[in-house]
Design a protein around this ligand. Structure first.
Ligand SMILES: C[S@@+](CC[C@H](N)C(=O)[O-])C[C@H]1O[C@@H](n2cnc3c(N)ncnc32)[C@H](O)[C@@H]1O
Length: 465
């Protein structure tokens, strides 16, 4: 470790900034955010810099730097393009054993400025030890997207209860368990969702009724999207990292399962056609039982849980049994597959509306109100339609759709296995049979399919044209 990361309290402390340009402005901004008393000295000082510093109660002196400027300051920064001057500041500061930073000269720094993810009062600071600012920036982008902005709110919330809980729960181990329950469970989730009054109520109630409350778990009904792990929402990722047990179905890809907390138990509850590994009612009961055992249960579903996902039924049972739950939407197969196939679901010239339809076979035919589904100026998206593809095409034509109406069959959309097959209502069945298309498959019918040729951008599975 080349540098020890420390968080300095600079509130009200004088800090010297030598330099009056853009770089000095950036340094002044961060010092002022930390509440420092900034003193700038330079022969010329940019108007933005002087306005910022002076409006924050700091001081700007037009003139040359001299060693006396270092008197009684907490740290010094040289941000000029005059190498000799920068070196002079470094030498003078060293002579006084003052922390010093010369911008872009790691060899003239006794401290460096880290990259910061600011979720005040939570601060995450990190550096590449002055080796690669670009790498630090990339890392910061990742952290920014992973750590919800609301974490600052959570830190403030728990800070308010710290003393009270210390008094009420005197045994350190019990207190730690209680805090873990707060951080990992419904209290923290309520705060993160902006429902602080409810969080406070729950926390107070749990303090009164500790054993029972800390034992009640929670269910996260999370949409895992259509396959590509990059399409998960950051909230989904966070809850995936929180869970004690995950119940997942067959449409959840391996790449996504890998992102679930390593030590969480995994339980497959998938429902393939004609292979119902677990009955829906049993599954609903299982969710209730696990939550009552105090588990944080991740119910991970392909796509969006509220689109042909039976998510509504699962949370109805939870609601009836007063089990806390939350629902995280996912990118549905229609959105994911259409985007990755370059087929806009609506388009000013071709389609003014879009319908999502369940196209599964029921006793040998697809039972739908076909008159409503004629794709004139609208796009029809069939989920679960692979087995019924021939019937879907036949019914649409029988009810007035033109035989040459464009249709796309998208297999394993958004994954490296994606295949997109396009044709017309009278040709697609044969094409799909020849190509040996595999489930899961999404079917899009309408003029928008014509745009695929022009707008395709995601490569089909190698070997498939
Ligand atoms: C039971 S439904 C679940 C839909 C899911 N809740 C959603 O919002 O996407 C399953 C159907 O979704 C479609 N599907 C899901 N993922 C898909 C993918 N990656 N590629 C193509 N179709 C997909 C298929 O039509 C599949 O039969």
């Amino acid at each position: 470790m080349e540098y020890l990361p420390l968080h300095f309290d600079l509130r009200g402390k004088p800090c010297l900034l030598v330099g009056g340009g853009e770089v000095a402005l950036r340094r002044a901004t961060i010092l002022l955010r930390a509440g420092a008393d900034v003193r700038v000295v330079a022969p010329a000082i940019d108007a933005d810099l002087s306005a910022l510093v002076e409006s924050s109660g700091g001081d700007c002196r037009i003139g040359s730097y001299h060693a006396g400027d270092l008197q009684q300051v907490a740290l010094a920064i040289a941000a000029t393009d005059d190498e000799a001057l920068n070196r002079q500041v470094w030498q003078d500061a060293n002579a006084r054993q003052l922390p010093v930073n010369v911008v872009d000269r790691a060899d003239l720094c006794s401290f460096i400025f880290p990259s910061i993810v600011d979720r005040s009062p939570v601060l995450i600071s990190f550096s590449s030890s002055a080796t690669s600012p670009v790498l630090s920036r990339k890392l910061r982008e990742k952290l920014e997207s992973l750590i919800p902005v609301s974490y600052g709110r959570l830190a403030e919330f728990v800070g308010r209860f710290r003393d009270k809980i210390k008094q009420l729960i005197t045994a350190a181990a019990q207190r730690r368990r209680f805090w873990e329950w707060v951080m990992d469970g419904p209290v923290a989730e309520l705060v993160l969702a902006g429902r602080e009054a409810e969080a406070e109520q729950l926390l107070e109630q749990s303090l009164r009724d500790r054993d029972e409350k800390t034992l009640l778990g929670e269910v996260y009904l999370v949409g895992a999207g259509p396959g590509d792990p990059d399409l998960l929402t950051s909230k989904a990722l966070r809850l995936m990292q929180n869970a004690d047990i995950v119940l997942y179905d067959n449409l959840v890809s391996d790449g996504i399962l890998e992102l679930v907390r390593r030590d969480a138990k995994r339980h497959y509850v998938g429902k393939r056609r004609a292979d119902h590994s677990i009955d829906q009612e049993d599954l609903n009961d299982m969710l209730v039982r696990l939550a009552r055992e105090g588990k944080r249960v991740l119910r991970l579903k392909g796509g969006d849980p509220f689109i042909f996902g039976r998510g509504g039924e699962e949370i109805e049972t939870l609601s009836e049994n007063r089990i806390p739950f939350q629902v995280v939407p996912g990118i549905s197969a229609a959105n994911g597959c259409a985007s990755y196939a370059g087929i806009p679901l609506t388009h000013r010239d071709y389609s003014q509306s879009v319908r999502f339809v369940a196209g599964q076979l029921n006793e040998g035919s697809v039972d739908l109100n076909w008159d409503e589904l004629i794709p004139t100026n609208q796009t029809i998206v069939f989920y679960m339609g692979l087995a019924g593809l021939a019937d879907i095409c036949r019914q649409l034509m029988k009810h007035g759709a033109r035989a040459e109406t464009p249709i796309a069959v998208i297999s394993k959309g958004t994954t490296p296995e994606q295949r997109v097959l396009t044709g017309s209502l009278d040709t697609i069945v044969e094409l799909a049979n020849e190509a040996g298309i595999a489930a899961p498959v999404l079917i899009i019918v309408g003029e928008v399919v014509k745009l695929h040729e022009k707008l395709r951008w995601y490569p089909d599975r190698p070997g498939f044209e």
